[in-house]
Design a protein around this ligand. Structure first.
Ligand code: T5A
Ligand code: NA
Length: 217
């Protein structure tokens, strides 16, 4: 049995949600807790603003540069594709990866733009073939509650109308991708309560046993 002979890989976990739903905070807490179980874990964030594509994305998000809707969309996607080999290497070495935003944000934010230039279907296409997560944690929060949190409103997409569309599109996309393991988390709760919900879901993933080979693409 090839599977039994090969070493188990790390899990690929994605955290998604609206702006200010607490993704980065929760990713950090989850990584710490996983580390506390003597497991190797790596945090990855998209967009990765440190690469060449990431710098273009950063300028766009901060309103310092304009981009055609399709072009910026494909840059966000390229920013993920350029990270794939590194991710697969980490997983194969037994490291669990916690990703702060992924393809789902990619498709949903572009399709939510007010000019309606891009369909969700078009936006999803360049994401096809990226490693699929073993678990997606969707941090669900109403846009009214998200607005109340610090720093909201500084970047391009941080407008309430846009966030309402984003939330609807996330739910629509996840309902179509029913082969994925997507778990809804009530992110309107206090920090520790959100972390506890996430930890219970993580423990179930761990209990379901290790994964082998590359994740499906
Ligand atoms: N985007 C992204 C695309 O259009 N296409 C793509 O392909 C991708 C990947 C930037 C933008 O890019 C878009 C989506 C975004 O509009 P980003 O860099 O992930 O994406 O955005 P950030 O600004 O870094 O992060 P967010 O705004 O999404 O915030 P988080 O990470 O969800 O929230 P966090 O943890 O930083 O918390 C925000 C504030 O809330 C407090 C925190 O202390 C902090 O002040 N907070 C809570 N307060 C009360 N109760 C809780 N439970 C709280 N949890 C956090
Ligand atoms: Na943001």
């Amino acid at each position: 049995d090839v599977e039994a002979d090969s070493k188990p890989r790390g899990h690929l976990i994605v955290v998604e949600g609206l702006d200010r739903s607490g993704k980065t905070t929760q990713c950090e807490m989850l990584c710490e807790d996983i580390q506390g179980r003597e497991k190797k874990v790596k945090y990855i964030k998209f967009p990765d603003r440190t690469t060449a594509t990431g710098q273009m994305i950063n300028s766009y998000l901060q309103g310092k540069a304009e981009q055609n809707d399709q072009a910026i969309h494909l840059l966000f996607s390229a920013n993920r594709w350029e990270a794939v080999q590194g991710m697969l290497d980490e997983l194969q070495s037994g490291t669990t990866i916690v990703i702060d935003r992924y393809s789902f944000s990619g498709a949903v934010y572009s399709a939510a733009k007010e000019n309606q230039n891009l369909s969700l279907e078009w936006a999803w296409n360049p994401e096809i073939g990226l490693p699929q997560p073993d678990l997606v944690l969707f941090l669900d929060i109403s846009s009214e509650d998200a607005v109340k949190r610090g720093g909201y409103g500084e970047e391009r997409y941080e407008k309430e109308e846009m966030q309402i569309k984003v939330r609807t599109l996330f739910k629509h996309l996840f309902s179509k991708l029913d082969h994925l393991n997507v778990r809804n988390i009530d992110a309107g709760q206090p920090l520790q309560s959100v972390a506890d919900q996430i930890w219970q879901v993580y423990l179930k993933l761990e209990e379901s046993g290790p994964a082998y080979g590359n994740p499906p693409s």
